[in-house]
Design a protein around this ligand. Structure first.
Ligand SMILES: Cc1ncc(COP(=O)(O)O)c(C=O)c1O
Length: 394
């Protein structure tokens, strides 16, 4: 038998994706990140980036990363538990804990790893997880890997969560409720105070992923936990350094005992090389800037309102009634989505078209940055309006 036969299914699987209009392609950005970027020798409006506060190209981050590399090299050279823990990591952890007003923080080499490793450390086969059905892949995969029993509750549906807790909680040892705070593909936020009330009632831990909420919500961009007045309540706060903070990496912020436990039990921290030197230095600089320059967050919100008003005035539908820098427009089908993306690019707009299986229904996902100008937003709305036949629920 031809040995290649064992891999033939890969071609078949790709063909299936193609037929379902789920196949994706990469776009190569050839300039610095910013409100306008270059793709294929064309300058396009960038509404596809998570760089909400425009820090990814900030000269102070670049300088901090460059200086740190000159002093300490590039790679951390080992897991933090072995040889990879540097003074820079500790500085970043202290900065994150101060920003989040928690006792401690732990830095991971990605946000994905921070979520995955924390979930698997907190629960095991005798335990149960209740998760929002729209949670990001890192939480869902962490839940699977943990071997805990998993129940998904309807998106942001506190009543459904309550019913599931009532029915199943008592059958298990430990319980974890896991949710994103600002949902990355929908742009709405979880009802955190209510979730924490239920957690108290049902003796449950709560893990929140603040990936998209950091820098966006709360005083000094502290996130949704602060914005919902839930600071100080028992919580496992996970987030990343790669979106509003413009660098790379992830963290967990919480009590001293929680962090000490994770240092001994989170596999993605123990068995993975420490965050690289330049990323660590850039992230530490970003944590300081976010707190010192609230005008970035204010400008971001002005842009969000400006965009939502513009889209509404143009008669275009919005997926979520809740304002946030993630603004989604429903698309009629995956086929429409597949055609829209290159058409928009050609018209000068770089925006993410998200399709199943990432999301249940196709959508155009615009992400707003504080560095967008009113002219950028106006131009975007004008271009989107030219494709109005694409929007709507399929
Ligand atoms: C909600 C959410 N959590 C976690 C992650 C993973 O973070 P990172 O890209 O830093 O690994 C992402 C990134 O896409 C995300 O959207």
């Amino acid at each position: 038998m031809d040995n290649l036969d064992a891999y033939h299914w890969v071609t078949t699987a790709l063909d299936t994706l193609e037929r379902a209009h789920w196949k994706r392609s990469l776009k190569q950005v050839t300039s610095r990140s910013g409100a306008v970027v270059e793709i294929g020798a064309q300058n396009v409006l960038n509404f596809a980036s998570n760089d909400y506060l425009g820090l990814a190209s900030d000269p102070r981050l670049v300088q901090a990363a460059t200086r740190a590399m000159q002093d300490y090299g590039v790679g951390a050279t080992g897991s933090q538990l072995l040889s990879g823990h540097r003074a820079l990591h500790r500085k970043l952890e202290i900065g994150l804990a101060r920003w989040k007003r928690t006792e401690e923080a732990l830095v991971f080499s990605s946000g994905y790893g921070a979520c995955l490793g924390t979930v698997t450390a907190l629960v095991g086969s005798r335990d149960v997880i209740f998760q929002d059905q729209y949670n990001h892949s890192c939480l869902q995969q962490g839940a699977k890997l943990s071997q805990a029993q998993v129940y998904s509750y309807k998106h942001n549906d506190i009543q459904h969560l309550k019913e599931l807790l009532k029915q199943y909680r008592s059958q298990y040892r430990r319980c974890l409720i896991a949710t994103e705070t600002l949902f990355s593909m929908d742009g709405d936020c979880c009802p955190l105070a209510e979730i924490l009330d239920l957690a108290e009632q049902y003796n449950s831990m709560v893990l929140v992923d603040e990936a998209h909420a950091n820098g966006v919500f709360g005083h000094n961009g502290m996130g949704w936990v602060q914005a919902s007045n839930c600071q100080g309540r028992p919580l496992v706060q996970v987030g990343n350094l790669s979106k509003a903070l413009g660098s790379l990496g992830g963290y967990v912020a919480g009590s001293k005992v929680l962090i000490e436990y994770l240092r001994h039990r989170a596999p993605t921290w123990i068995y993975s090389t420490g965050l690289s030197i330049p990323d660590t230095a850039a992230a530490a600089m970003a944590v300081a800037i976010v707190q010192g320059e609230p005008q970035r967050q204010q400008q971001l919100w002005q842009n969000v309102h400006h965009l939502r008003e513009g889209l509404t005035q143009a008669g275009l539908p919005l997926l979520s009634p809740v304002p946030s820098p993630i603004v989604c427009l429903p698309l009629r089908s995956a086929a429409v989505a597949q055609e829209l993306e290159p058409a928009l690019l050609q018209a000068g707009v770089f925006a993410a078209v998200v399709r199943p299986p990432t999301v249940p229904t196709s959508r155009l996902r615009l992400s707003v940055m504080c560095t967008h100008t009113p002219a950028h937003i106006q131009e975007l709305v004008g271009i989107l309006a030219e494709f109005r036949e694409c929007y709507g629920h399929g």
